[in-house]
Design a protein around this ligand. Structure first.
Ligand code: FDP
Length: 331
């Protein structure tokens, strides 16, 4: 049985053990957790409160219609992080430019990047969605953070993780000292430790990809997916296809059960800063891998706030095997 521990207690324990984790970081996480509780509450009653469902009139930087809950989640996170005073700058999948902290807020030493509501096309159909976050240290001089603070490679993340709003709401996060899971107890209103030191199976039996895009995939991906479907009992094939179309939900299932998630090139969709890098840190800390096919995701030097990358992530042996297929196609 897991010890009875709230996420705040866990963060404080980490602070004692881990030199990279400071009291300021605990304040930041406490604010993020508070924001997630508010979002979780509204996601859970979305079907009852029709005003939070549906679309707004605006489109985000990718030309997608912004859903009302996306808007709401973005505002809640920005306010919570602004108020905590530990963040110098923010960036979000939903905002074109960096989000400066509000005037009057004190200027913290951390940088917060987030996808406020990932999987938003599933909001109206009661499927699990989530919030993904990535925390860096400020590297620029001066009081306020800059774009350079946001454009740091994933291996420099101080912490990363996600909240998933599903049959129950969970937080899964890492500060580079293993991956830990917390489940929101609705009666207590607290995220309670439920999965300590999550390890993802070295090899899975699940693959997750949008097969409708088959004609758009590179040759290596096409051959790899055909390989997974071949019958080879000894090697555990064929694999099962599981694809929700909500990255947090697909990633979370594969993290716990083992498997591989793929959103390949040559026209990638997922964003490095808000999806790829934070989930790559979680995957690696749990014993898995994340690659573009040719490059470790955590090594990529970001060029722009909304850079997209091919993302292949999951169980260690499965991702290695995928890379073999991709490399075989490189002349
Ligand atoms: P969504 O468009 O609903 O926000 O981040 C984008 C994302 O969802 C991921 O959550 C999901 O894995 C992916 O897009 C699904 O894309 P496809 O519909 O192209 O498969």
């Amino acid at each position: 049985m897991n010890p009875i521990k709230t996420v705040q207690q866990h963060i404080l324990d980490e602070q004692g053990r881990h030199p990279g984790v400071s009291g300021d970081f605990s304040d930041l996480m406490t604010s993020l957790v508070m924001a997630a509780k508010v979002i979780s509450r509204d996601v859970n009653r979305a079907g009852l409160v029709k005003t939070v469902l549906g679309k707004t009139d605006s489109v985000n930087v990718y030309g997608e219609t912004v859903m009302k809950l996306d808007d709401f989640a973005q505002q809640v996170i920005c306010q919570a992080l602004d108020n905590c005073g530990r963040v110098c700058v923010m960036a979000s999948e939903e905002s074109e430019n960096i989000i400066p902290v509000a005037e009057g807020s004190s200027k913290g030493e951390y940088v917060a990047l987030f996808d406020p509501l990932d999987g938003s096309s599933n909001i109206d159909v009661n499927t699990s969605i989530g919030t993904i976050f990535s925390i860096h240290r400020k590297i620029s001089d001066g009081d306020y953070g800059t774009a350079a603070d946001c454009l740091q490679p994933g291996f420099k993340q101080v912490a990363a993780g996600y909240f998933i709003y599903g049959s129950s709401s969970m937080l899964v996060y890492t500060t580079g000292n293993g991956v830990h899971g917390f489940t929101l107890d609705p009666a207590l209103g607290e995220f309670m430790l439920s999965l300590e030191h999550i390890r993802t199976p070295k090899r899975g039996k699940i693959y997750s990809i949008n097969e409708g895009n088959l004609t758009k995939w590179d040759e290596g991906t096409r051959k790899y997916i055909s390989y997974l479907k071949e019958k080879d009992g000894g090697a555990g094939r064929p694999y099962s296809l599981r694809y929700i179309g909500s990255l947090v939900a697909d990633f979370h299932r594969n993290l716990l059960k083992g498997g591989i998630f793929l959103y390949p090139g040559p026209k990638p969709k997922l964003r490095l800063l808000y999806e790829g890098a934070p989930l790559a840190m979680v995957a690696e800390q749990a014993g898995g891998l994340a690659t573009t096919g040719t490059e470790r995701v955590l090594d990529i030097e970001p060029m722009s706030l909304h850079q997209r990358i091919p993302l292949i992530i999951g169980s260690y042996d499965d991702v290695l095997k995928y890379q073999e297929f991709v490399r075989a196609e490189i002349p």
